[in-house]
Design a protein around this ligand. Structure first.
Ligand SMILES: [Fe+2]
Ligand SMILES: [Fe+2]
Length: 368
């Protein structure tokens, strides 16, 4: 495969070029809407045989009995103490392991570190909310573009799930915290690329495999760390849905990718790599440092130097790498994506559990 240069895939040669990463910022923070052409034909199918794809049919039946109500099933009367939430979050920054001598952070006391934790939490939940809207739009697009009736049925249930996810994150930010951050530019570029691609499987690869694979890991981390009861339950409910969504991607693409040529698989490998880099860049949370008045070019290398922080960022790929392996994307074309994941330091997850059947384990007992 004639590999596309990094410059054309991610807009820069060096994957870790921090200056280039930070030179991209969201300059579109005041508009009320963002419009992107979705370039796809809507496909009717005249083959209505339900269950022709048993795995998808089973997932659809499961989704029908797993719906919950964001207004009435969550304890919205909970008082949220953001300072307490932030205190539990701070260890994940590995503050102890950073050498802050000679930097603005050397002057920070407990109040400033606590503020970092609070802003990081609001930022993280804001990006979850924007990502959920991306999922809402992508899944509506899949209903139109996927040629199989079982997949259209399932995708329709996911549209409802994603509407609920946007709704609950927006309500949490609005009523329990103090507003939200605009979309991070790296996440925004990725969502635009996914929506703009004309090929139906690229919506799945970008959203169900990459974005939702990462979300499942990130929600799992926040769910494990937080003791805030409303957020904990909200995340638990969302994770039960997300596990089905990732399974939907794996089930659908496994069949389709078995038929593709090396060149076609190569395009998918490149797309997966671009998505991985965008998501890694987004987790640098440059907007939080801007808001705290610390130059991200100073703060980000410090956080990245903490082994705890860099392990946390790698863990976010714990679902993505095994799912890419299951789809045959790691080793096609002389192991192209394997080598890229090695460079990103995340290949060690390749033999972790994939997510094709994991949704059974994530199901909510009370809804079964
Ligand atoms: Fe979602
Ligand atoms: Fe989802």
């Amino acid at each position: 495969m004639a590999a596309t240069p990094n410059k054309d895939l991610i807009g820069r040669e060096g994957v870790n070029d921090l200056d280039a990463i930070l030179s991209m910022t969201n300059t579109d923070v005041d508009s009320a809407v963002h419009s992107i052409a979705d370039n796809a034909a809507a496909i009717f199918t005249w083959d209505y045989e339900k269950g022709a794809r048993p795995g998808l049919n089973k997932l659809y039946e499961k989704a029908k009995t797993s719906q919950w109500n964001g207004e009435t099933d969550l304890p919205w009367d909970t008082d949220v103490d953001l300072e307490k939430v932030a205190q539990l979050l701070l260890p994940s920054f590995g503050v102890e392991q950073m050498d802050v001598a000679g930097t603005p952070l050397a002057r920070w006391g407990d109040a400033e570190w606590l503020r970092l934790g609070m802003e990081s939490q609001i930022w993280a939940l804001s990006q979850f909310m924007h990502g959920e809207q991306g999922a809402l739009l992508c899944t509506a697009k899949i209903v139109e573009t996927v040629p199989w009736i079982d997949a259209k049925y399932y995708a329709a249930t996911q549209v409802m799930d994603e509407a609920r996810h946007v709704e609950v994150f927006a309500k949490y930010l609005d009523t329990k915290l103090d507003g939200y951050y605009p979309i991070n530019t790296h996440l925004g570029m990725l969502l635009d690329d996914i929506v703009a691609d004309s090929r139906w499987d690229m919506t799945y690869l970008g959203m169900q495999i990459m974005v939702e694979g990462l979300a499942l890991a990130a929600f799992g981390f926040m769910h494990a760390v937080t003791e805030e009861p409303l957020l904990k339950q909200l995340l638990r409910y969302v994770m039960a849905d997300e596990a089905r969504h990732v399974a939907f991607g794996v089930l659908s693409l496994k069949e389709y990718y078995a038929e593709l040529t090396d060149r076609e698989l190569g395009e998918r490998q490149e797309f997966a790599f671009e998505a991985a880099v965008r998501m890694r860049d987004r987790f640098l949370q440059q907007e939080v440092w801007d808001r705290l008045g610390v130059d991200p070019k100073i703060a980000i290398p410090l956080t990245q130097s903490s082994p705890m922080r860099s392990e946390f960022q790698k863990m976010l790929f714990a679902k993505i790498v095994p799912n890419c392996k299951k789809l045959g994307l790691l080793d096609a074309n002389d192991m192209w994506l394997r080598h890229r994941f090695e460079e990103l330091g995340v290949i060690q997850f390749e033999d972790w559990a994939d997510t094709e059947a994991e949704y059974e384990a994530f199901a909510l007992a009370e809804l079964q």
